[in-house]
Design a protein around this ligand. Structure first.
Ligand SMILES: [Ca+2]
Ligand SMILES: [Ca+2]
Ligand SMILES: [Ca+2]
Length: 249
C-alpha cells in the first residue's frame, strides 16, 4: 500500500512539472513558422541585414540571460541595452512596416541573433517579447513597472512560452534570423511610441555577440521583404498545425 501511495505521489509530481514547464515553439529549421497569441513567427533571413534592409532599433548583449527595450535614454541605458543611438532608439508605431495576409494586418519586425556558429551552441531562446505603447521616447525603466502599462501584446499571454532559434541557419552577425508579425489590432488607438521589450537566454543561454531587432526600410505597406510565400501556399491551416506541433520542454 505504501508503495502504491509513493507511486501516486511521484506520478502527481511528474504531472506538475510537466504542466508548469515553459512551452517551446521550435524555429530551428529553415522556414519554420508558428503562431502564438495571434502573431506569426517565421524563421528566415534578410542578408545582409545592414543599412537599408535592416534598420536596428534595439541592440541587447549579455552572457547567460539578457533583457532590453528600445529607448533614447543615453549614454547610460538600463538593463543590457547596448549604447549607441544608431542601434537603439525610440520608434514610432507609424514607422513600422505593415503586412496584410488573409485580410489581417500585422506589424513586421526582424530579429538578428548572434550565437556561436559551431552547432554545439548556436541555439538561443527568445523567452520574453512584449509590446507597449506610450507618449515618451524614453520610458522610465522597467516592465512591468516604470512607464510601462499593460502590454499591447505578449508572448506569454495564457502560458509561459518561448521561441527556440538557431543562428547557424543564417550567416551570423549581419544576417537576420526571424520575422515577427504582430497583429495591428492589438495596437488600436495606441501610440505614438512603440516599445519592444525582449529577453533571451532563459531556456538556452546567450553566449556571443548581440541580439538586434529591426525594421525593413525597403518594406512598404502590403509588400514585406521578403514575402513569406509559404503563407500563400499553405494558409491558415498550417499555421494552426504549427501551433499544435509545439512541444513541451
Ligand atoms: Ca516566456
Ligand atoms: Ca544572425
Ligand atoms: Ca546558446
Amino acid at each position: 500500500m505504501q508503495q502504491l501511495r509513493l507511486a501516486v505521489l511521484f506520478s502527481f509530481l511528474a504531472l506538475c512539472s510537466y504542466t508548469f514547464a515553459d512551452t517551446e515553439y521550435d524555429l530551428t529549421t529553415s522556414g519554420a513558422m508558428v503562431t502564438i497569441n495571434g502573431a506569426i513567427f517565421q524563421q528566415g533571413s534578410v542578408q545582409p541585414s545592414g543599412t537599408g534592409q535592416f534598420n536596428s532599433f534595439l541592440r541587447i548583449r549579455a552572457n547567460g540571460t539578457e533583457y532590453g527595450y528600445n529607448t533614447d535614454e543615453f549614454p547610460h541605458p538600463p538593463l543590457d541595452i547596448q549604447p549607441g543611438p544608431q542601434w537603439t532608439h525610440s520608434l514610432k508605431l507609424s514607422a513600422v512596416p505593415v503586412f496584410t495576409f488573409n485580410g489581417v494586418t500585422y506589424y513586421q519586425f526582424m530579429l538578428d541573433i548572434n550565437e556561436a556558429q559551431d552547432k554545439s551552441d548556436s541555439l538561443l531562446s527568445l523567452d520574453t517579447l512584449e509590446f507597449f505603447t506610450g507618449s515618451t521616447p524614453s520610458p522610465q525603466c522597467c516592465p512591468p513597472g516604470g512607464d510601462f502599462g499593460a502590454a499591447r501584446w505578449s508572448l506569454d499571454t495564457g502560458a509561459n512560452n518561448y521561441l527556440l532559434l538557431d543562428s547557424s541557419l543564417s550567416h551570423g552577425s549581419g544576417s537576420s534570423d526571424m520575422f515577427a508579425y504582430i497583429p495591428t489590432s492589438a495596437f488600436a488607438g495606441a501610440g505614438p511610441y512603440l516599445y519592444l521589450y525582449s529577453g533571451f537566454g532563459e531556456n538556452n543561454a546567450s553566449d556571443a555577440g548581440f541580439e538586434e531587432w529591426g525594421t525593413g526600410q525597403a518594406t512598404t505597406p502590403g509588400a514585406p521583404v521578403p514575402e513569406p510565400s509559404s503563407f500563400i501556399l499553405l494558409g491558415s491551416g498550417l499555421m494552426t498545425l504549427g501551433g499544435m506541433l509545439r512541444r513541451r520542454k
